[in-house]
Write a protein that binds this ligand. Structure first.
Ligand SMILES: *Cc1c(COP(=O)(O)O)cnc(C)c1O
Length: 354
């Protein structure tokens, strides 16, 4: 089996080696040191150098999205949610569950998010904007510069779910004035699921987090921030994933985040060029480097099944409306150009029989 998914993805040998070890006990100075280093290396990787805080949550990405919202917003807020697919919809669902007022900027299938589209929401009645920088269900990458400027102009807190953009697309916490940034272990980091990082700005920490008492024990950020002062978490973290993270962040530091992103981008570009040359169709909106959606209407589901069963190649299927429309081919983790050549050949062989 070879994974061309977005998470979990093909893991690196060093990660697998780390994952095979006996876990240590974690209430120790040695483990605290790992946590401090993780914080420092993670912040460097997103370019957060101005007094922001990192929260290491033992939760999948959705847990971190939910925790981020309930620690920063209340029923007194009014949020704008960019909804261009299932992850945008998830932000809206979280707001609804927690009675945080919100309005959706809904995109039709294939529609691009433009500054004009946001214009009609201009004004002062909103307090924050929520976006999945890369809407993983469609592959669309939103324009972070445009969104950052919009937030600045309208005095909105800027909440960025970068779970599938981290490690693939440009991301800069300080430069874009991000207030809440969410990353998860199983995507570009290519680790086991279980750990999500939430980076919060000094501004939102002081203006919001300190004063809000969310109705949750496990997800209360104040406890995470005070425990992190001694390199600890309030509850048992996914110790193994924390150790994998440490190993991977060291590797990222060595190689350079910029270089890693370039490699992902080059692989995505080359794959897309080859696909188009061989008569496959891809969407025309701006794509994240993390994955390539291939339009195979109405055979997408069939293609996914046959690639898996006949060739042992696992691409990412779509759910809901897009199930028969798109397959998504991931460019994250330990995959090589030879793997993509094999995938394209297999897709061609199946295509002629459809
Ligand atoms: C994968 C992903 C998530 C997290 O999903 P979980 O299944 O909860 O880990 C959230 N947002 C985006 C954009 C994603 O790609």
């Amino acid at each position: 089996m070879k994974l061309f998914t977005v998470g979990p993805v093909e893991m690196y040998p060093e990660t697998l080696q780390t994952a095979s070890q006996q876990l240590p006990y974690f209430r120790t100075p040695e483990f605290s040191k790992i946590m401090y280093e993780n914080k420092k290396m993670f912040q460097e990787s997103i370019h957060a150098v101005k007094d922001s805080e990192t929260i290491f949550l033992t939760a999948s990405g959705t847990g971190a999205m939910e925790a981020g919202l309930i620690n920063c917003f209340t029923a007194g807020d009014r949020l704008l949610v960019i909804n261009g697919g299932s992850f945008g919809n998830r932000f809206a669902q979280i707001c609804a569950v927690h009675h945080i007022p919100y309005e959706e900027v809904s995109l039709a299938r294939g529609e691009v998010l433009t500054a004009e589209k946001l214009e009609k929401f201009d004004g002062t009645k909103y307090t924050g904007l929520l976006v999945n920088l890369h809407e993983t269900s469609t592959g669309q990458l939103y324009d972070i510069k445009m969104l950052a400027e919009y937030c600045k102009k309208n005095h909105l807190y800027f909440v960025v779910d970068a779970i599938s953009a981290y490690g693939a697309d440009e991301l800069d916490f300080d430069k874009y004035g991000i207030d809440v940034l969410i990353v998860s272990s199983q995507k570009a980091l290519a680790l086991s699921p279980g750990i999500s990082m939430v980076e919060i700005s000094k501004r939102i920490y002081e203006e919001r987090v300190i004063g809000i008492q969310p109705e949750t024990l496990y997800f209360d950020f104040k406890a995470y921030i005070s425990d992190m002062e001694r390199g600890q978490t309030p509850f048992t973290p996914a110790v193994g994933t924390i150790l994998e993270l440490h190993q991977r962040l060291e590797q990222i530091q060595e190689e350079g985040m910029e270089k890693i992103r370039e490699n992902v981008r080059d692989m995505a570009k080359r794959f897309r060029r080859e696909l188009v040359n061989r008569g496959f169709r891809i969407p025309i909106y701006t794509l994240s480097n993390a994955l390539t959606p291939v339009i195979l209407e109405p055979y997408a589901k069939n293609m996914y099944e046959r690639l898996k069963q006949e060739y042992g190649l696992v691409v990412t299927p779509n759910g809901g409306d897009l199930a028969d429309v798109l397959i998504r081919v991931g460019h994250l983790g330990n995959v090589s150009w030879e793997d993509y050549e094999e995938l394209i050949c297999s897709m061609e062989q199946i295509k002629v029989t459809l």
